[in-house]
Design a protein around this ligand. Sequence first.
Ligand SMILES: *Cc1c(COP(=O)(O)O)cnc(C)c1O
Length: 495
Amino acid sequence: MSLMYVSTRNANEKVTASQAILKGLADKGGLFVPTEIPKLDVSFDKLKNMSYQETAYEVMKLLLTDFTEEELKNCINRAYDDKFDTEEIAPLTKADGAYFLELFHGATIAFKDMALSILPHLMITSARKNNVKNDIVILTATSGDTGKAALAGFADVEGTKIIVFYPKGGVSPIQEKQMVTQKGDNTHVIGINGNFDEAQTGVKKMFTNEALAKELSSKGYQFSSANSINIGRLVPQIVYYVYSYAKLLENEEIKDGESINIVVPTGNFGNILAAFYAKNMGLPVKKLICASNENKVLFDFFESGVYDKNREFKLTSSPSMDILISSNLERLIYRIAGEDAEKNSALMQSLISEGKYEITDEMKSKLGDFYGNWCSEEETAETIKSIYEDTGYIIDTHTAVAAGVYRKYRKETGDDTKTVIASTASPFKFTRSVMTAIDPSYDSKGDFELVDELSRIGNVEVPNAIEEIRTAPVRHNTVVDTADMEKAVKAFLEI
Ligand SMILES: *Cc1c(COP(=O)(O)O)cnc(C)c1O
């Protein structure tokens, strides 16, 4: 039986999984959601002996039903290989009364690799299945992390090209170095004289420019998006929650059927939504704990039922969570609205016109799976420092927001259910913030000095992703004005 995907804003727009992956966003700005959430059809007694790749197949086959077994296994094996620096792909580390699920062992040492290493393969397989002959051109605007993870995922994948725009001067020096040294003949990185919003606006303009689409098509190209609202990113993220439960079982940390809590440092609401889907597929989960930084729009939403983005935007030490519009929350809103596309559309319209919306009491009563809280900058730094001092384990700033929120949750509720914390980035990616949290005097040192010092005091090897950029030659040095973004795309595609 084939599982279909429907738009959160139009009950009549139904597509297959492969069409949803190719399309990315539904018409009128809707997001694709599965018409039902399938149940896992293999026992944890079996899952506990499976590899990450085998687990991925058991989960993804239920959600991407128009892929054949061979197609799906092929995508999985190409994605989860020695690009990851650990055999387990997503290992668990026990510390501070919880299990840290390390999702940062891929090519760019952040959790976005978990999905972006398989998305290119899902996308070209989808193109083939739907008789798309054009090459796929991925167009992305990035504030740092997504761009590099997408570049690494799509580099040298046949039938694709990828163009990433970033705000020149608006990303960290390590992030910029990671991008401009990117290898692969099909990759192109362009700095713009402008901020992230301007980069994003320029990209959106190209996506909706019909004349440009026609011109591209006549030359054998079409645009697609690697944005986190693509279900091809969401589905692979469900896998590691199932995998972590199976490993806890295998290691006899929990009993079969025992419930766990999951804590997720949250920005766009993609990662925690994947955990919610895992729960609905049958994973025994008690609470989904949503951790925010000072941009605590989600905490306020879970408290009051009002989502309100009208507030000051704060720059924090966990920049990948500096978000005021959590796009993937729409999928949860749609669900608690009784899968009513009209109701959901009205709320999203209110978000566009007034910057806020309020859910009904009935909808609010369906949020019992979730607990929200947040950490200030001081609390985040304090969490890094105290976990390091107590256990020797060094976590990054995003993970620290989650660990700090988990401490608050424990104190508030007394709940001692075994808990998995999604560890979303390597501390080496945010070295300066991490090291100055441990000792402010580190701030006088250079970036790579800090890398070596982190390696020494944490007793962990410097990851390849960092080693590489110490000496890698710059391959991309194009910088353009925002008005010339389209020209730059055409130049790269030679059209
Ligand atoms: C993107 C990102 C997040 C936020 O994940 P969402 O799915 O957007 O909620 C958290 N931590 C890191 C390191 C990230 O890169």
